[in-house]
Each structure stands twice: as structure tokens, then as C-alpha cells.
Design a protein around this ligand. Sequence first.
Ligand SMILES: [Zn+2]
Length: 330
Amino acid sequence: MLEKIKGHHTITEHLKKEILSGGVSHAYLFTGINGVGKKKTALEFAKSLLCTATENKPCGRCSVCSQIDHGNHPDVQVITPKEGETTIKITQVREMVGKLSIKPYTGDLRMIIIDDADCMTPEAQNSLLKSLEEPLSYNLFVLLTTHPQSILTTIRSRCQSYYFHPLNNEVVAAILKAETEYDSAAINGVLHQSGGSPGMGLYLLANSDIQNERKLFLRDVYHLLKGDELKVFALAESLSKDKALSEERLGFLIQWFYEVGLLLQSFELAEGQQPDEAHIAYLKILNNEKNEAILKTLFEMMAILQYNVNLRLQWEMTFIKIMEIQKGYN
Ligand SMILES: [Zn+2]
């Protein structure tokens, strides 16, 4: 049971025990970075509970397992922001809540997975709260989030929480090898930038353009550091299009300045990685003090991103601050 989930042994063992002892909770909160395995675990959890095989659940072959795999099982519902939206609105939650009292199709259990649960507006969260306070025995909620702080404490306190830690490179490589057609060289090429997330690894493999985009992005940030103020607004504009892109680029920038910091202090980069041209260009214009101040600014932005903020404005402020640090104003 749950063997398909790699690298989160403690969590899967806990869930397995709960399933076998009949002690499954009404609500769970899975936290951890994007692509680390939260949703996959939730779906395997659903399969383990609903699979119709008599042994070795989930079998992966019965109609229930197959329906869950294809995202069309009537009792396993995944709620995410609607296309083109950045939040989960109260209307979506109300619609779901309205159907909770109807008996599940199978009779025993309905699982509601709320993906990016932190994207629920406060009104949507309040609407969900009532269902968590007075749970019906056959409804099981699994909330997935990268930013648990953005979820009401009253909701969090009613959930059993599990933290999915970033996986080490070996596990990420093994997952990508087992689940994709990419060869070892391609997989090894993205491991470093995957940050312990197989989902990010897959994203990078499938979007080789992104490597190029990141190079161009670094070049723009470099010009910004050199005093090109127009970059502030152009970059902020392009990054404000969606939150996922903002998070991806921000994570990348933090990793980048962290690496520059290592080199500035004469440390080596991780796992035999060699500095490239961009590293050398940045080294020439930064010192350790400025670099640390920039990193601090980026971490502050990371904390702010947990809330529904105006992305363009936030990036503008961050970039302006970085420019000022570089000019020595801070
Ligand atoms: Zn099955």
C-alpha cells in the first residue's frame, strides 16, 4: 500500500497504519514545495481506501483505481483555481459544500482534495470551515499547500498535518527515471535545479525552453544590477502574469544568489557543479555584503508571496531595493 510514493516513508507508513486500523481522519493538510508528491500521495491514499480488490490495495487495475488515475471517479474530487483565476472562490467551495450531504456514489467515502488550498479566498476558507467543524463520516478532506501560513488557523487545527520535505537528488532521479522516458543525461542535467521536487524536475525536462528563459532572466537581472532602471518595470510586468511563474523565478533567483554567495566566499558549488559565464559576470559586480542583502530581500519577498499580493508591485519594490543595495544606498 502506497509503495508508489517514494521518499516520504514516514508519512506513507502513518497513512497505511490509519487505513489498516480504520482510524482515518476527516481532514488532512499536506504541506511542502510544489511537485514534491503531495497530490500523488493524496490520490494513492484515495485509491487505497476505495480500491475494490480484495488484497494488495490499491491494485491499480480495478475500475475504481483506473477512474481515479484518469481523474473521473465520482467520489474523488479535486478543487483548484478555475482556469485563468488565481484564487479558489467562495462559489466553488459553496458548490462543493452543497453536495457534501449527498451520500457518496460508492456509499462509503468521498475524498475532496483541495489543491493549492492557500489560494482559497478568506470567504472560501470560512465556507469550508463549517464542513470541517461538523464532518459527516463519509467525507474526507485533503488540503494541499505550499504555504500553510495562508490557511486559517481554525482550518489548520482541524486537519492532521504532514510536511513533505524536499527529496534528495538520488530519489528525484530514481522517480524521474521510473516515470519518464528521459535518459540519465537529461535527468542529471535538471537535478540540481529541481530543488528536491520531482515535479519541478519533470517541468524542467518538458520545458527545455525554461533553461533558456532562465538565462535571459539572469541577463536582465544583471543589467538591472548594473543600473538599467527600465528592467525593473519590464521584469516586474513579465513576472506578474501568474503566481506560479513568480514562485518559480523567485526560487531560482534565491538559488542563484546563494551560489554566487558561495563563490564570493571561495566555497565550491554543490556536487561538482562548475561556475559558468553568468556566475563569473555576477562575481565581478557583487561583494559578499551586497549579495547577502539581496538574498535577504528575496527571502522577504518569498514570505510575502504567501499572501495574495499585487505581484507586479511586489516585484517592482523588490527590484528597486536590489538596485539600491547594489548602488550602496542601503
Ligand atoms: Zn484497485
